[in-house]
Design a protein around this ligand. Structure first.
Ligand code: AMP
Length: 377
């Protein structure tokens, strides 16, 4: 299957070619034809499957078609709701990348930063808006933004929206967009509450699914290392040195734990930064940029801060602390082994975390191999 077989338009194919995308991923092969037929879509796909392009490519294509057939209305044409600022930024970048040979203007708006530059951009005229629900409703409330011209509505990572308590806000947003629209709904998991929300948004949707959340990506090599809590810090330094790791995403359960670990790594001579909800947006973006550019070796993150972080070719993920929600493990390790790259995920498990490990193994349906290692490191 190729992008031309999916009838992707020439300007978009050129952009994909520039990015080095040769073939569509399974979610893209499934979703693009449905969206192109102007049908609503319910897609079960997690981060790392190429889901963003799965909606961005066909939405751009339909917008191009509207423009050529003079069906486009005035104002914002497409709205994508995302649960986090990081994801909003990344989705906007994707629209810009795939639409670089098209005349559409896109913008990401999110809370935690001044609204002034965002409002200035909006006033210049925007075709595609990517927003977190809070800031969106805030600007609508202030009369600074109208979304009543939307033709394409995308809800991205709907289950995260639910986890983060944004469902009420999402429902509110629905009151401001036209009933006559095409809606695309993406979620990694499909619990009953998510299905109910989807039923409210979608009309006669086609359903597609790839890689259920319980199956961890085959490209990720997983390993568990048993150790006591007190041994973990040295264990991490040891692992980084043992494998000469130059780039690793490390997960902790708490913000405090992230800061503490990052300081310890710095002292041990491993450049590091922590990202979590208490850091300013600027500090988070800086840390992420430094990490992407290879200026720091270890990025220590809490789950919420790491959501939606899109780092190409991330080879190593460490679960410094195991998550108590097993699905979180799958999301974490899904950060690596993306789009054909190999990745390794190491999990440090102490005595108190054995039950979490059991829950994870039950969910993913396999025993994670135990490392035989020379301890103490
Ligand atoms: P996503 O699941 O949308 O977060 O995408 C995961 C990663 O895969 C991103 O870094 C994309 O740039 C990349 N990607 C998406 N589609 C393709 C494709 N068809 N070929 C190669 N890489 C892709």
């Amino acid at each position: 299957m190729s992008f031309s077989q999916l009838a992707v338009s020439t300007p978009i194919q050129r952009a994909l070619n520039d990015l080095g995308y040769t073939n569509p991923t399974p979610i893209q092969s499934k979703s693009i034809p449905i969206v192109n037929q102007r049908k609503d879509l319910l897609a079960c796909a997690q981060t790392g499957t190429g889901k963003t392009a799965g909606f961005a490519i066909p939405v751009l294509q339909l917008m191009e078609e509207d423009k050529n057939t003079r069906q486009a209305t005035k104002g914002i044409q497409a709205l994508v709701l995302t649960p986090t600022r990081e994801l909003a930024i990344q989705v906007e970048e994707s629209f810009r990348d795939y639409g670089k040979y098209l005349p559409f203007r896109s913008l990401a708006i999110f809370g935690g930063v001044s609204q002034v530059p965002q409002v200035q951009q909006l006033q210049k005229g925007i075709d595609i808006l990517i927003a977190t629900p809070g800031r969106l409703l805030d600007l609508i409330g202030q009369g600074l933004l109208s979304i009543n011209s939307i033709r394409y509505f995308v809800l991205d990572e709907a289950d995260r929206m639910l986890d983060m308590g944004f469902v009420h806000d999402v429902k509110k947003v629905l009151q401001y967009i036209p009933a006559k629209r095409q809606s695309l709904f993406f979620s990694a998991t499909m619990p009953a509450e998510i299905r109910q929300l989807a039923a409210r948004i979608l009309v006669n949707p086609e359903t597609v699914a790839v890689t259920p959340v319980s199956s961890t990506t085959e490209l990720v090599k997983q390993e568990v290392r048993f150790m006591e809590k007190e041994e973990k810090r040295d264990g991490l330094v040891g692992l980084i040195r043992e494998l000469s790791i130059r780039s690793v995403l490390v997960f902790t359960r708490t913000k405090y734990g992230a800061d503490k670990l990052s300081r310890f790594l710095q002292k041990a001579g491993i450049s590091s930064a922590a990202i979590h909800g208490d850091k300013t947006q600027g500090a988070r973006q800086r840390a992420l940029a430094d990490f992407k550019e290879g200026k720091i070796v270890a990025l220590v993150a809490t789950d919420i801060a790491a959501r939606g972080i899109d780092i190409d070719e991330l080879a190593f993920v460490v679960n410094y602390e195991l998550p108590n929600v097993p699905e979180t493990y799958v999301h974490r390790i899904g950060r690596t082994g993306r789009a054909g790259n190999n990745g390794s995920a190491f999990s440090f498990c102490d005595r108190e975390e054995r039950q979490y490990l059991k829950d994870i193994e039950k969910l993913i349906g396999m025993k994670i191999p135990v490392a035989r290692m020379a301890m103490p490191v």
